[in-house]
Design a protein around this ligand. Structure first.
Ligand SMILES: N[C@@H](CCC(=O)NCCCC(=O)O)C(=O)O
Length: 255
């Protein structure tokens, strides 16, 4: 029985009524690389029983999105005009992350997802890294084609002896970069697993988590075919999700 892996959706209103959307690349990394059964989670917030949902998940994938976590969630002034937000998604993922961690559900958080992980546990975000002195411009390039947007953009230095180092077996890899925000105050209970050359946090883990819980600021879900780093991330996430199935339903069920 493949693990049931929740995939966070965004809430948008392109027309008369709201829609809940997930880019297919986040769905296929669950099916093709993690070996899971994706369950798209609508951004319906308190209309969902999020603790009950978390208990029934074998894993949770927090997707990237051009929208930003609203700063009132971490006590900062509102977003600049023109900076996209998604309050429905914030009100869904932030409590769902806390419930999933408490329930021992494996979590893989990508881009917006690592930012949500940090905010959910009490941290804060930089708004526009590119405007900060001595920082790289981490934004998605708009002057290139789609695949070029996901090409390696900078190296990351991986914390020696950490979760990511043990997973990858190396201290330095190249990653892509499609974000303007980034971790400012690191939440208590998170461990930095990697940083960019300018010190921006690029990966975190939940300190002492019951299960695999990793957030990455880059995008391992694209391009396909996955590189060795992406493959290792998804395989480790999938294995943790299968371990939860085995613990919940018995070993044979995880086959
Ligand atoms: N808006 C945040 C997060 C950026 C992010 O998740 N980018 C991914 C966009 C492409 C996709 O949806 O996969 C920020 O700017 O930091």
């Amino acid at each position: 029985m493949p693990p049931l892996i929740g995939v966070s959706a965004c809430r948008k209103q392109p027309g008369e009524l709201p829609v809940h959307t997930v880019s297919e690349k986040y769905i296929t990394c669950v099916t093709d690389a993690a070996g899971g059964m994706p369950l798209l989670i609508p951004a319906l917030a308190e209309r969902l029983d999020l603790p009950a949902l978390a208990e029934r998940l074998d894993g949770l994938l927090l997707t990237g999105s051009p929208s930003n976590v609203e700063p009132h969630n971490y006590g900062r002034p509102d977003l600049d005009p023109g900076d996209a937000c998604d309050s429905g998604r914030d009100a869904t993922t932030l409590p769902l992350i806390r419930a999933a961690i408490a329930a021992g559900v494996p979590v893989l958080a990508i881009c917006r997802g690592i930012q949500e992980l940090n905010v959910a546990l009490g941290g804060s975000l930089h708004q526009h890294i590119q405007n900060m002195p001595d920082k790289l411009d981490h934004r998605m390039r708009r002057d290139v084609d789609f695949d070029a947007k996901y090409r390696p953009a900078h190296p990351i230095d991986i914390t020696e002896g950490g979760v990511l180092h043990k997973l990858l077996g190396t201290r330095r890899v190249l990653v892509n970069s499609l974000h303007a925000q980034g971790i400012d105050r690191l939440a208590e209970g998170l461990t930095v697993e990697a940083v960019a050359p300018d010190g921006i946090v690029e990966a975190v883990s939940v300190t002492g988590a019951k299960a695999f819980t990793l957030g990455v600021q880059w995008h391992p879900e694209w391009p396909v075919p996955y590189n060795a780093v992406s493959q290792a991330l998804f395989e480790a996430f999938g294995a943790a999700c299968r371990a939860r199935v085995a613990a919940r339903f018995g070993t044979l069920s995880a086959a």
